[in-house]
Design a protein around this ligand. Structure first.
Ligand code: GLU
Length: 494
């Protein structure tokens, strides 16, 4: 701990209805950093109380996402901890006990209204252009009668919101948020299947788990007064609330997949580094002066939750890509080569034998490291190193620019290059360049124009890592064979 902030306990509380996307990931990053900054704890709690929305495999993917991002948690469903279990469906007795206590104290009551009745109520309210919400029909049932009926009839438990007054919630970013109680209806806290709603489960668990700061998306801000009322009615101290603003798409509006609303594992698949994504998401909506590239250690030293900006941030994919490139270039060469190799093992066609030869990858890593932003950029830069015979590109690609309409001169130039390369004893970049410069002069071409032909022949592409260094890696035989194949193809077209 670097200063006198009290050790904080924060949690990520995703519902296993899919994979956490950037908004939730950013909340996780901020919570994790603040826990680290204060010498506190970060924990994972799975909120699976809406059994109809569960998506199989979500919990595993949430755990894998946090693991990939390096957001280690101190307590969680898979590792346990002092307040286990950390999965809400395993904590039902605690919610039921809290609900019973609220009924006992007159702060909650069983409601026997059927869903048809509630639908009809809502339709009536809508037709009359009134606010929708439960109007308290069962609130007036005498407690003894309600208890007797509850023993026999299906019911939910509703919280009895005070009819008068106002509730004030302190939000760390916004200050006091005041809501008139009459605008809140008697919301459900325990469903008829015995599962709690989010409202009750949040209050019970965040109290039981001694959470100091509840960090969550600001879509929960309208519910916060309900939670405050629940904390008060249960006699629990309220936590500090931090409702994070949304991340917007460039130009405003909801962030779509195209603009970056992806999950952590999708970012991993798309060639991003966890460190870059953590850095980028952390500074999307929070800042420390003009600094952009900040290591985890640095962020841990300076991140303060109260400095989160209330203005919704915009997701800037270009900045993320740039940052990813910066992180890649900062990496020691051998570590980078290992990452490239791992990525190529995913991306190369299956006929290339695995595991890839690491020392071969180390040979070309320096040639491409400046050109890679995402790990997915690697394959198109280096695939020709892995093809024993690179398919000769269509003849028209050779007969372009300076070589347009000159198939004879093109084929002659390629042959001359192949002959000169064939005569070499040394096969290093300097020799190759000097040789091909001399060839160009001999055939009356500009060096650059000849290099273009040779590049296309040897690599099959117009844009590649530096040509001569690449030819060293491709090797003598294959390089010359590819140049001759290109010349033959051009000649055949005459
Ligand atoms: N389970 C809630 C959700 O996924 C969590 C909100 C919270 O962090 O309290 O939206």
């Amino acid at each position: 701990m670097t200063d006198d902030l009290k050790p904080a306990r924060l949690r990520l509380a995703p519902s296993p209805t899919g994979e956490p996307h950037v908004g939730v990931l950013r909340t996780a990053i901020w919570s994790w950093l603040y826990a680290k900054r204060t010498g506190g704890q970060f924990l994972l709690r799975i909120e699976d109380t809406d059994q109809t929305r569960l998506v199989p495999g979500s919990v595993e993917r949430i755990i894998r996402s946090l693991d990939w991002l390096g957001l280690t948690y101190d307590e969680g469903p898979d590792i346990g901890g002092p307040f286990a279990p950390y999965t809400q469906s395993e904590r039902l007795p605690m919610y039921q006990e809290a609900a019973a206590r609220l009924v006992q104290s007159g702060n909650a009551y069983p409601c026997f209204c059927s869903s048809e009745e509630l639908d009809a109520l809502r339709a009536r309210q809508q037709a009359e252009k009134r606010a929708t919400g439960y109007e308290g029909k069962c609130r007036v049932i005498a407690p003894a009668e309600a208890a007797a009926r509850a023993a026999a009839e299906p019911h939910v438990i509703r919280f009895a919101v005070p009819r008068e007054g106002a509730t004030t919630v302190e939000d760390l970013l916004r200050g006091p948020v005041v809501v008139e109680n009459r605008t809140l209806d008697d919301f459900v806290i325990l469903k008829s299947d015995g599962f709690p709603t989010y409202h009750l489960a949040h209050v019970v668990d965040d109290t039981a788990m001694e959470i100091t700061h509840v960090t969550r998306g600001d879509e929960w801000l309208p519910s916060a007064p309900r939670h405050a009322l629940l904390f008060d009615a249960l006699g629990y101290p309220r936590p500090i609330y931090v409702h994070n603003p949304v991340i917007l798409a460039p130009g405003g509006g909801k962030l779509s997949k195209r603009h970056g609303a992806k999950s952590a594992l999708e970012y991993a698949e798309d060639g991003y580094l966890a460190d870059a994504l953590v850095n980028f998401l952390c500074i999307t909506g929070w800042g420390h002066g003009d600094e952009t590239v900040m290591s985890r250690e640095e962020l841990t030293r300076v991140f303060d939750i109260k400095d989160i900006s209330l203005a919704p941030a915009t997701f800037d994919t270009e900045k993320l890509n740039w940052m990813n490139g910066v992180y890649l270039r900062q990496m020691p060469e051998q570590q980078l080569a290992e990452l490239f190799a791992q990525r190529l093992e995913i991306d190369l066609p299956p006929d290339v034998p695995r595991p890839l030869d690491r020392s071969f990858v180390e040979e070309f890593t320096p040639l491409i490291r400046e050109r890679v932003q995402l790990l997915t950029d690697v394959l198109p830069l280096v695939d020709f190193f892995y093809q024993s015979v690179v398919a000769t590109p269509p003849v028209e690609e050779f007969l372009a620019k300076k070589w347009k309409d000159q198939p004879q001169a093109t084929a002659d130039a390629l042959d001359a290059a192949a002959d000169d390369l064939d005569a070499l004893d040394d096969w290093d970049a300097e020799t190759l360049e000097a040789t091909l410069r001399a060839t160009a002069e001999r055939v009356g071409a500009r060096a650059g124009d000849l290099f273009t032909l040779v590049r296309l022949a040897v690599t099959g592409k117009t844009i590649t890592p530096p040509l001569f260094e690449s030819m060293v890696i491709v090797g003598t035989g294959p390089s010359i064979d590819r140049v001759r194949a290109a010349s033959a193809a051009v000649r055949a077209s005459i």
